[in-house]
Design a protein around this ligand. Structure first.
Ligand SMILES: *[C@@H]1O[C@H](CO)[C@@H](O)[C@H](O)[C@H]1NC(C)=O
Ligand SMILES: CC(=O)N[C@H]1CO[C@H](CO)[C@@H](O)[C@@H]1O
Length: 727
């Protein structure tokens, strides 16, 4: 094959309906223009009712317009990727690079060991040369239960990997596999299936029992000297580095039951001391980067969360099609797969699948230079993670000559002192979304990234299953993204000229999540309160100025509905996602904003709240019935709940108050001037229906705690009475 006969390993296509999308966006833009003109030209005069409310609405609408323009950047230039794995095998099968896979876990209570080892097993069984595959589990809780589970997994892998390869098993997380499949019909296959299933269930029982008792079986403890590393252990926050190579891929004795070699498997719990900050997941990732460099030193690093099992055994090959492409591969720093979830219900009451982000917006960022790194399901080129600039060819060559004890020093608390780790090297510290800021800084060094979102999902995680979990997660994300905007890596300033303008706008769209709360709060409170007084803040129904409002509102919502349906959602799912949109903006983002401001002013430290992924049976039952969960355990989210409930009740009071006034023939109320306001308030009441149920009607454990009900009713009554009678 001559050099001119270049056949690519991947292909990039632009979205077909770009022209329609752009025309449509232009028409909305014109509509927005008319709205602003209306606001400016119809200002109530000094002393007239509602002047200040009017000016506030103008501000909110200007903000929404600006933000809407940003969201267009995420849709303007969508691209879609396709890979050619057969070409990869033809050209590179014998020269495939080493791949190191990092799985991070931090708490065996919220992240059960059995879930963690299912993830580990699913990536150990990748369809990839085993001698080039290494899996690292970082346990930030340094819990011996997790270590024990990993020992069990290392034995089970000797049976599981050959079984997967023989029967082309998918998915290769044993838990997900046994759940998804019934016994095969063919006799020999059925025998193998039952045998491996029994092995798995026995292992599962041992691990769950050990976790329940909080004790490792004595015969296991005495058999593995690795447990002696816990002898000097005093607490989770105070212990030596624990490092164990459970399977050494180069060891001729490490074979599966068919005599084939196994992937390397390493357990690491880095040193922790109370006086040293440990920097959460970013710190764990950096320790893994250094330790793995001295053990397997794979050129490619895959990072997955411990709740995200691999759902497709050829994903490594998909990712390599990008890195190894002869023409374009050299500029790609990382390949991000979407975050997809295994436990999504049909109408996803918490908008758990984040459909629009994953199936629209990230494709838009890809068109401008690449998606952000979102901390899981991402393949990195190792040397870009350690700070390499694009175009700079020198690279350190590490050899594995160290002993395990020497390698341990790389995971000590003091190793990073006076180094660039956490700053220019590795994953960055000091930000609740360390992944996004790290990805951005890689892109500003000249690298590109790629978003690969195949039909069949590569990784499946666990979505949040309660409202408090969802709100807290979004609080952390919005605070972190807003901090990035304020940081020295701001996509608005620092990134100028270093990444494309479209990508800058795209990042800003996420970084400005938090400040969105103010305009949204204003829009959900003020027009409804003025409704109660009969003061109009929008054009009356017969006025031509009503048209731009009607057009923008309906066009925008129809578009978003169409987009949602196209991404595979349902109509009810869209309605639910609109509710979550409102709840995020009025609660998570407000607290996210406050957190970010406090952190950037130095008043508080960034913290990493792990989203718990275990739930009681009745919680799961309600999740599956798509009932909103307000339930107990929500102490950290109760201020958010009070806001949501007060807002909902306030709108209900305003609506009911208006109806009462109309019914009694109040002469101050002129319906035709209030149509848009009534519509807005009515929609807010309707969309809050599940909240009213949780506040007033439900009796189960998932209802709103009664203390919150009482407080929010009090607040809503107080606010509306004050408004009516003061002023
Ligand atoms: C996960 O993999 C299975 C095949 O094992 C496939 O049928 C399923 O569609 C995949 N799930 C998703 C969400 O793509
Ligand atoms: C519907 C569904 O798949 N629910 C699952 C979501 O995740 C939790 C935690 O792992 C499971 O227990 C549920 O069964």
């Amino acid at each position: 094959m001559g050099s001119d006969a270049y056949v690519p390993l991947f292909e990039t296509k632009r979205a077909k309906e770009r022209v329609i999308r752009r025309l449509f966006a232009a028409s909305i833009f014109v509509g927005i223009g008319f709205i602003v003109v209306y606001r400016l030209s119809h200002r109530p005069r000094n002393g007239e009712d509602g002047r200040w409310a009017w000016i506030g609405l103008l501000g909110a609408e200007l903000w929404f317009s600006l933000y809407w323009v940003l969201t267009q950047a995420l849709r303007w230039n969508c691209v879609y990727r396709r890979t050619f794995k057969d070409r990869l095998s033809q050209r590179y099968e014998n020269d495939l690079p080493g791949v190191d896979i990092f799985v991070c876990t931090a708490d065996p209570k919220t992240e059960q060991p059995i879930m963690v080892i299912n993830t580990v097993l699913s990536v150990m069984a990748y369809d990839y040369p085993t001698e080039k595959l290494s899996v690292y589990l970082s346990d930030d809780a340094a819990h011996d239960i997790t270590f024990y589970a990993l020992i069990e997994a290392s034995h089970f892998a000797e049976h599981w990997i050959p079984y997967c390869k023989k029967f082309y098993v998918e998915p290769r997380s044993p838990g997900a596999y046994f759940q998804s499949i019934s016994e095969p019909h063919e006799a020999e296959e059925a025998k193998g299936f039952l045998a491996i299933k029994k092995l798995y269930e026995d292992m599962e029982n041992r691990i769950i029992t050990a976790a329940k008792l909080g004790r490792i079986p004595e015969e296991v403890r005495s058999k593995y000297k690795g447990f002696s590393q816990w002898d000097s252990f005093s607490s989770q926050r105070d212990h030596d580095t624990i490092l164990q190579i459970l399977i050494d891929g180069r060891d001729p004795k490490a074979k599966d039951i068919d005599g084939c070699s196994l992937p390397t498997l390493v357990h690491l719990a880095r040193e922790k001391r109370p006086q040293h900050p440990h920097n959460f997941k970013a710190g764990a990732m950096n320790a893994l980067i250094r330790v793995s460099q001295n053990i397997s030193n794979g050129q490619i690093i895959l990072n997955v969360d411990c709740d995200m099992y691999s759902n497709y055994s050829s994903s490594v090959r998909d990712a390599l099609c990008f890195f190894l492409d002869e023409k374009k591969g050299h500029e790609i720093a990382f390949v991000q797969f979407p975050q997809s979830f295994g436990n999504i219900t049909k109408n996803e009451i918490y908008d758990g699948s984040m459909r629009i982000g994953m199936d629209v917006e990230f494709h838009g960022m890809d068109g401008y230079g690449g998606p952000p790194y979102v901390g899981t399901g991402c393949f990195h080129r190792r040397n870009t993670l350690t700070g390499k600039k694009f175009d700079n060819e020198c690279m350190e060559d590490w050899k594995r000559e160290e002993t395990v004890d020497k390698i341990k020093a790389l995971a000590s608390c003091t190793y990073e002192e006076n180094t660039q780790w956490g700053k220019e090297m590795g994953v960055k510290y000091g930000c609740p979304v360390e992944d996004v800021i790290t990805g951005l800084s890689i892109q500003t060094r000249g690298w590109k990234s790629v978003y690969f979102n195949p039909e069949r999902k590569a990784f499946l995680g666990v979505a949040t299953t309660t409202l408090p979990q969802t709100l807290v997660q979004h609080k952390r994300w919005s605070a972190g993204d807003f901090l990035i905007l304020l940081s020295s890596y701001s996509p608005a300033w620092y990134a100028r000229g270093k990444i494309s303008f479209g990508l800058q706008l795209g990042y800003c769209c996420y970084c400005l999540w938090a400040p969105n709360c103010f305009a949204t709060l204003y829009y959900t409170i003020i027009p409804s309160l003025y409704l109660l007084k009969g003061i109009s803040l929008f054009p009356k129904a017969s006025s031509p100025w009503c048209m731009p409002f009607a057009f923008v509102l309906s066009a925008k919502n129809l578009y978003s509905l169409a987009e949602f349906l196209r991404c595979g959602g349902t109509i009810l799912g869209w309605w639910n996602s609109q509710r979550i949109w409102l709840y995020k903006r009025t609660s998570s983002y407000l607290f996210g904003f406050i957190d970010a401001v406090l952190m950037s002013a130095g008043f508080s430290q960034p913290a990493f709240e792990i989203t718990a992924k275990v739930a009681d049976e009745d919680v799961i039952e309600r999740y599956e019935k798509e009932m909103m969960e307000f339930g107990p355990g929500a102490s950290s989210s109760s201020p958010m709940f009070i806001i949501l409930a007060t807002l909902a009740l306030l709108n209900l009071f305003c609506f009911v108050g208006l109806v009462a006034k109309v019914a009694t023939g109040d002469a101050n109320i002129r319906i035709d001037t209030l149509v848009l306001q009534i519509l807005l308030c009515g929609i807010l009441v309707l969309i809050n229906w599940p909240l009213f149920q949780g506040l007033l009607l439900r009796r189960d454990n998932g209802k709103m705690p009664s203390s919150i009900t009482v407080k929010s009713i009090g607040l809503a009554v107080f606010a509306s009475t004050c408004f009516l009678f003061l002023e």
